[in-house]
Design a protein around this ligand. Sequence first.
Ligand code: NAP
Length: 533
Amino acid sequence: MRVIVIGAGASGIYMAYKLKYNFTDFVLDIYEKNADIGGTWFENRYPGCACDVPAHNYTYTFDPKCDWSSTYSSSREIFQYFSDFVDKHELRQYIASHHEVTETRWDENASEWVVQVYNREIDSTFERRCDFLINACGVLNSWRWPTIPGIQSFKGPLLHTAAWDDNVDLTGKRVGLIGNGSSGIQILPQIQKVAKHVTTFVRKPTWVIPTFGSEMREHTDEERQQFRENPEEYLKMRKATEKVLTGVYPLFINDWPIQTQTAEYMKASMKEKINNEELAEQLIPDFPVGCRRLTPGVNYLESLTLPNVTTLYGEITEITPTSCITSTGTETELDILICATGFDTTFRPRFPLIGRSGHNLQDEWAHEPRSYLGVAASGFPNYFMFLGPNSPVGSGPSIISIEVQGSYIAEFLNRWQKEDIKAFDPKREAVDDFITQKDLFMEQTVWNSNCKTWYKSPVTGKVTALWPGSVLHYIETMAKPRYDDYDVTYASKNRFAYLGNGFSQMEHRPDADTSYYIRARDDGASVADSWGH
Ligand code: NAP
């Protein structure tokens, strides 16, 4: 079985881990466009960049890290975690960095994907074929410049938070900052400390909340030692935090008491921190809490009140070589301009992805991304995605969602190997039903209300980034594939040809326990489970 994974971030690495320990007879190639693994945590290195999920819960669920330096960790420390994981499990052997996938095409006759790969280091393209193509590029990876007239005419350094240039020194400079999403909120308190002046351009209000679950603070050596030496207590702590993260879900349902209570609490907390009526009026939203992704901000609102920070509310109408001009006519002279303006979240693949009948997923999803349960697309056999459209990326913890999807994909790989299958292709009617049900569900959520957010399609305004339910709900949904939602094609004329010579595989192993189903009592497991299927 030949598998190509695109991207070596948290998802691609997990797939490699899964294959290495659960499969035999496979060839795995992971193509990573960057110089190293890590994805988001390799690319996002702006000052103050960190994860706003408590660090002890931002690991694979089965691979904790006792020695995080603080309750919330910097992007570099998170990158190091994934890098150490890759080394510990010897996964680097599968990863080719500096390799960018530029085109993929399903070959119906051969039932395989034909993949064009560009080696950035030697400036050359080659072709590989595989049985499964797994897109692990991530949803927040294709960063974008804002569409503001004149932006490319700006003469000073022009930076994007997701493509940070460490060589640019902000010390003593007049800095402009566009955007107040999670990135803008994290970077402002840090750059304010060194810049002469920061002008932050804010277009829409946003709910800035205290951190999720734990206060931001450094861990002491003693604490780290306790985590290491008391694994049971440490596990209890991780479970308690996870409970808070999964428990946030009812906040997103319209009219639940927690929604109004949180809005009132946050309004009061924001007002107090901003301490300026006019600014509070502009920065506190009128849309429900959670419609945009909640943005935990450590010292963000406080920074807005500092003498070397000016907040300009409104649209930037023009960028000149030396300044930004806003809709009120205010012109601000700047030395450096930072865009914290987010990513392309349309879910259109970055490269042509040509499926059955020559259809390109880039075109099919130009209007609206229509996934099957966030992991597959009809007409694109043996193609799976991590964190595809309508995956659970905003209603609770995210690493578990990656593990759930990896395990789900592994079920298909396993069946493909065992039952001599050629292709799995989700049926179009199954996708249509999923999308209809999802849209119906979204009507009762705050995500559907009157805010601008990357959770929604910029074309249709429908919620395209989020799963219609909680993370726990997703885990249950994905526990077992619904094969009746797939068209399955077999390698042999007879779908049962794989039954072969009539021997169980275990009968070829001299050390196998061939009476595994004899038990002391009914332990509830099915016979197959007791053999570890
Ligand atoms: P974002 O949430 O999409 O925010 C982009 C910001 O740029 C918005 O404030 C947007 O304003 C503004 N913007 C875009 N185009 C503009 C224009 N032409 N003129 C003026 N303003 C413009 O992007 P992000 O802050 O990078 O965050 C994206 C996601 O990444 C987050 O929601 C989160 O999931 C993830 N993230 C996570 C962390 C973490 O700690 N875990 C940190 C950073 C990011 P409008 O709202 O008016 O469009």
